[in-house]
Design a binder for this molecule. Structure first.
Ligand code: SF4
Length: 315
């Protein structure tokens, strides 16, 4: 059976159910790298320049882990999945940067760019599927199942729960008395190494978490409809739309914004979120910027201080 490796990083956290179901339905075995460890980050950092953000360094660590264990490595170049919206340039450059790693297995690296006229979804899907089957009907059926799996994943988000695949606590064991909106890329938030178990820490403090993924595209776009300029980085658009939406919800006590040092899009969206919440939102914000040197003790202190502030405001 052909083994396809999927690094547990970056777009894994958004599209894993889709690609997993697709490959399984084409008869392949899917091998996912294990949760991030410090050693993976150290190894990944060797292949990229220092300035690259932490999530990309971690991605390279996962690739390094998988490279001797699989027949193919799945590393798509995600340019755009929606008209007028683009992924960050570091995302786009990953297939090129991978050339720095020796002895990689063959890559399955389709370009996902739905702004191109000749690049329909099925063209992209067929390009990937034909590496495993020459039967167009079989590829179509595998894609059909894949879309169903992804829709189920999205539904769990929209029902305001964390999808089971992410294995993260959202609701505290006791009945929550504080709701907090946490803004951050899924690949930081749900990677417990990168986020230093932020979600678990919040659940232990009796806090229920709300995120941008729980909002539909329609809600996000509606929030930003009067924004003077279109935000074309997709993550930045989601973060800002979530800040706008949740700041108007009375039961949201505050915001935590977590991002990586060296992130271009977040350097812009962080400022926009801070400015908005300061001038219009009237809700406390804890801004966490992480890098290789962030200490967990310092993070804990900041979270606890923020929690105390929220509780004082709540009484
Ligand atoms: S959006 Fe930011 S954190 Fe994500 S890959 Fe790009 S630079 Fe890195």
């Amino acid at each position: 059976m052909v083994k396809i490796g999927i690094p547990r990083a970056l777009s894994y956290y958004k599209y894993f159910p889709l690609w997993k179901a697709f490959f399984l339905n084409l008869g392949a075995e899917v091998v996912v790298s294990p949760p991030t460890k410090k050693r993976m980050l150290d190894l990944g950092s060797r292949y990229v320049v220092d300035e690259v953000c932490l999530p990309v360094k971690v991605y390279f660590g996962h690739v390094n882990y998988l490279k001797d264990k699989v027949d193919f490595l799945f590393t798509p170049r995600v340019v755009s999945v929606e008209k007028g919206q683009y992924s960050c340039p570091k995302f786009l450059g990953i297939p090129d940067m991978l050339k720095n790693i020796d002895n990689l297995p063959p890559l399955i690296g389709p370009t996902v760019d739905l702004t191109k006229k000749d690049r329909t979804v099925f063209n992209t899907v067929y390009e990937v599927g034909k590496m495993l089957s020459q039967n167009k009907y079989r590829i179509s059926m595998a894609w059909f199942q894949a879309v169903k799996s992804q829709a189920k994943f999205t539904q769990q988000w929209l029902a305001q729960s964390f999808p089971q695949e992410l294995k993260a606590p959202r609701v505290p064991k006791e009945k929550s008395h504080l709701n907090v909106c946490v803004i951050g890329h899924e690949y930081i938030l749900f990677d417990s190494f990168l986020s230093m178990n932020l979600l678990e820490k919040l659940a232990n403090l009796n806090i229920t978490v709300f995120t941008s993924e729980m909002l539909s595209r329609k809600v996000i776009n509606n929030e930003l409809r009067d924004y003077p300029k279109k935000i074309f980085w997709d993550f930045a658009r989601d973060s800002l739309g979530a800040a706008y939406y949740y700041s108007k919800q009375e039961d949201i006590a505050g915001f935590i914004n977590i991002s990586s040092f060296g992130c271009g899009p977040d350097s812009m969206s962080n400022s926009m979120i801070m400015h908005y919440l300061k001038t219009c939102g009237n809700k406390p914000l804890l801004n966490l910027v992480i890098d290789e040197h962030t200490g967990e003790a310092g993070l804990n202190t900041r979270i606890e201080a923020f929690y105390d502030l929220l509780r004082r405001k709540a009484v």
